[in-house]
Design a binder for this molecule. Sequence first.
Ligand code: AMP
Length: 605
Amino acid sequence: MLSSFDPNDNEGGLKLLEDLTQNARQIQEQVIEKILTQNANTEYLKSFINGCHSPDVHLFKNTVPVVNYEDIKPYIERIANGEPSNIISAQPITELLTSSGTSGGQPKMMPSTAEDLDRKTFFYNLLVPVMNKYVDGLEQGKGMYLLFIKPEISTPSGLMARPVLTSYYKSKNFRNRPFNRYNVYTSPDETILCADSRQSMYCQLLCGLVQRDEVLRVGAVFASAFLRAIKFLEDHWKEMSDNIRHGYVSDWITDPNCRASVSLLLTKPNAALADLIDSMCGEKLWEGIIKKIWPKTKYIEVIVTGSMAQYIPTLEFYSGGLPLVSTMYASSECYFGINFNPLSKPSDVSYTLLPNMAFFEFLPVEKNNGELSHCNGGSVPPADEFETVDLVDVKLGHYYELVVTTFTGLYRYRVGDILMVTGFHNSAPQFRFVHRRNVVLSIDTDKTNEDDLLNAITKAKLLLEPLGVLLTEYTSYADTGSIPGHYVLFWELKNRGGCESLGELESSLMEECCSSVEQSLDSVYRRCRSKDKSIGPLEIRVVKHGAFDALMDFCVSQGSSVNQYKTPRCIKSEEAIKILDSRAVGRFFSRKTPFWEPFRAQYSQ
Ligand code: AMP
């Protein structure tokens, strides 16, 4: 399934992509045949295909249900607790990848195998010829990619549970990635693999500054992480320039591997570079700072599609007009697709799904009055009533929810992403990422859905009830105007007595409400907020009576039906936000960081 190719061979890589996309149907048939033959005897598949040793795709689709995480969670937990992998996979499960989606407040865990690492490497290697096709001379300089690992835990079975990128960065495939041994990346592996995120960030930026003349591209995985790095630079550039001036790394960098690897680059004092950094970073306005500090940079590689699109204006401010490049679409379940046209505008980005990565099916989704719902009726039809469409049969302009069957033990699994077909490359469809099902708020890798938000608010508002204050309406938005961004909730309150005046709301009580909401949000939110510091304190803006009526008038003026109007639980339009903001009578912020520890419930041994 994975043809080997040399990532130095641009022509060979592009030819391989042509072959994959020309033969998408046949490759998909081979993929599902291979998955079924390999795994026919797993407990999971056997329970549906009833003893058939050579199941075909028709039997598979007729008998195996389309599932959500909750359906497969018991199987995954059994494996985490020490039962053999062949419950779901003939190949041994070598680790569990914790996804940013959550179930019952805890991260979802996706199975992974040794072979899966090679599949990811194959995928990453294919990004190289695509980029080289559009940007010349990248081999003549360096990439400043700011990459980070996250905490991991060992499950009772001894399997590691960790985010997919942490798993990849810690693998030998990453260490041996193309060109790494020629030092084409400014961050030494040791700085990426440092578990202390502040030391890691400091050292990576310092290395990027030292090698500024050679840098031809900069990036991070997601736009949010890249902006966090810029903020970190704003806070620490003076210390970094002092380090460069004296050829000495700050004492608080205590991780021995980080220290050693950075010291190899900071071999002697460099006053000229330190002066230059002081003059550029010392300017009040940081507009275009990326281009100033790294003048040869040709593009910024960060994902700016989906929820990351909210960061485009801020990135544009700092970038000085550099192209923003989203190269790939991937998840913990599986790596999906590549952007074949990396220099396209963020709003035009489409991903071509690679047909050898998994078996892909699509649940049709309809767009009515701007709202997307499943064609089978209702937004969530029962799992066994789904009619899916194959990869090569999707239709231009149509919307679908992605369903995958992977080589690692997921069968007809709903990823939760809604995609729209924008075109075809040969017979392989290209998709625009539309949004993730149900998610209303996201700042970093957190994904908060309407129910999570409602539950958290329901708990928090109890704090107001003893005072006779009721929450009558709420909505929210992700405020990314400052770094890090934070959740904002608009609350309309009234006195139980009917009196509209609330008097002086006690700040400490409202701050408690903010903290209570945060404490009820899921573990990824709390990790981002407490450990990664990639989300700022949650804010509640209390709005005056009638503010939500004004919001309704606005939504109706934009085409919402009066009869069917429901208060949106998240707003994105600047005008809608302004309407509520102009009626705000109080702003309160959480003063505590919420409690977080990895895997609180299941694995506290
Ligand atoms: P995780 O399970 O934490 O690895 O997150 C994977 C999810 O992140 C995907 O299912 C998407 O919802 C989102 N995602 C990944 N890549 C992209 C992309 N290029 N554009 C938009 N969203 C993405």
